[in-house]
Each structure stands twice: as structure tokens, then as C-alpha cells.
Write a protein that binds this ligand. Structure first.
Ligand code: E4P
Length: 228
């Protein structure tokens, strides 16, 4: 499963990239708002950091297909062809996805709350579809089940499109979809950092260090404990 960070803060992105095996960056207009700067200024900085081949998912704002397509062209012109264009899966969005897919533009169907949205976006030519796990849960439905159902529908009908699950609130949700084989998950910085945050792990590692120092002296490591 590919792991992307759902964030537009360059310091957060650099910190997460330093430690975790990440495959790209996603954002949405709400995430960009948090940075309070010109969107292209933020996105160009992210693109420069992650490199021209890495996945960067950027959302269009227009609600009319022809304008969505124009936005997509401009986004890719400025941020490169490995920029996935996030298109909300509404009827105008499906029209735009069909057009962009016919041009070979990589599209991510977003704002997905139902299995049929996911299926139709994939059938229209999107490379990814993004069910919003936590937001679906908040509506009283089962976000994980929706993500799995979309995954199954795409695989069962041989549609070349992967689920990029989004809107997570905890590590367990990510684990469940990873185990199920979904193509990607995009996760906020705090959820990424929660994936292996556990005091029991730290305590175990501390005991190893303490035992080695008892054997070889304070601050000793395998670099310093030579036997000559
Ligand atoms: C991704 O496509 C979505 O924009 C994002 O994951 C939504 O996350 P939220 O529900 O935490 O805002």
C-alpha cells in the first residue's frame, strides 16, 4: 500500500519524510487554507522537496467540467505531469474525469462517500478514488466497509483504478485497509506518527540500551566496543 501524507505544511512534510517511507503528498483546499499563502507558492515548494517523479495530488476548485479541465491543465503545467488532479466525484466531475483520462492526465476522484461514486470515477478513467473513511463514519455509515467495497468493485470489474483511502483518525483504520490490499492511503502527520507510537516499544528499546551500557559502559555502542 502506498502511503501519502495529507498535508501542505512543508516542515511537517520534511519531518515525516525524514523518518517514514512515504510515497507522496496530497492536499485539498482546506489543507491549503491552513498555510495561508498562495497555493502555487506552497505547492511548488512541496514539489521541489519531493521531486518531480513523486505523486502530488492537487484539487481543482471549479464545479463545471470545462473549467475543471482548464484548471487541471494549469496545475500540471506548473507542477509537472506527476501531479494527480483531484476532481470531486459529482456529475460535472465525471465529465471532467472522462476528458482528462482521454488525454492521459492522472486523475484522483475525490469527495467520495459512496461505493457507486468510487466505481463510476474509476470507470470514467480515474487512476485513484478517495473514500473519506472518517467522514463516512461520522455520517453513521462504515467508512472502512465503503473503502473495501469500492476496492472490490474495481478489482472485480477489472477497472484499472486503485483506492486511495483518505480521512483517517487512527492507525487501526490504516492497518485494516493495508491488510485488505487497498492501493494507497493518505494520512495526516499526527496519524502517521501514531502508526508506531507506543510506550511499550520505547521501553523495550531502552532496556536494550541499558543492558548494553551495563556490559560495555555508558554511551557504548557497537561502534565503540572494539575488543583490541
Ligand atoms: C483527501 O482527499 C481528503 O481531502 C482528506 O483526506 C479529508 O480528510 P479530513 O476528513 O480529515 O478533512
Amino acid at each position: 500500500m502506498k502511503l501519502l501524507i495529507d498535508n501542505a505544511n512543508i516542515e511537517d512534510i520534511k519531518r515525516i519524510y525524514e523518518y517514514y517511507p512515504m510515497d507522496g503528498v496530497t492536499c485539498n483546499p482546506t489543507i491549503l487554507l491552513k498555510e495561508g499563502k498562495n497555493p502555487y507558492k506552497i505547492l511548488k515548494e512541496i514539489r521541489e522537496f519531493i521531486g518531480s517523479d513523486a505523486q502530488l495530488h492537487v484539487q481543482v476548485i471549479s464545479l463545471v467540467a470545462e473549467e475543471m479541465v482548464k484548471e487541471a491543465h494549469q496545475i500540471q503545467k506548473i507542477l509537472g505531469k506527476h501531479t494527480f488532479i483531484k476532481i470531486p466525484v459529482i456529475p460535472e466531475g465525471l465529465k471532467a474525469i472522462k476528458q482528462l483520462a482521454s488525454e492521459g492526465v492522472n486523475v484522483t476522484g475525490t469527495a467520495v462517500y459512496s461505493p457507486m461514486q468510487g466505481y463510476l470515477a474509476g470507470k470514467a478513467g480515474a487512476k485513484y478514488v478517495a473514500p473519506y473513511v472518517n467522514r463516512i463514519d461520522n455520517l453513521g455509515y462504515n467508512g472502512i466497509a465503503v473503502a473495501k467495497q469500492i476496492h472490490d468493485m474495481l478489482k472485480d470489474t477489472n477497472i484499472d483504478c486503485e483506492v486511495i483511502a483518505a480521512s483517517f483518525k487512527n492507525a487501526q483504520q490504516v492497518i485494516e485497509l493495508c491488510e485488505y490490499g487497498v492501493g494507497a492511503s493518505t494520512i495526516s502527520a499526527d496519524v502517521v506518527e501514531g502508526l508506531i507510537k507506543n510506550d511499550t516499544i520505547n521501553a523495550a528499546v531502552d532496556v536494550f540500551v541499558k543492558d548494553f551500557e551495563t556490559l560495555c559502559g555508558t554511551h557504548a555502542t557497537m561502534l565503540t566496543c572494539l575488543d583490541d
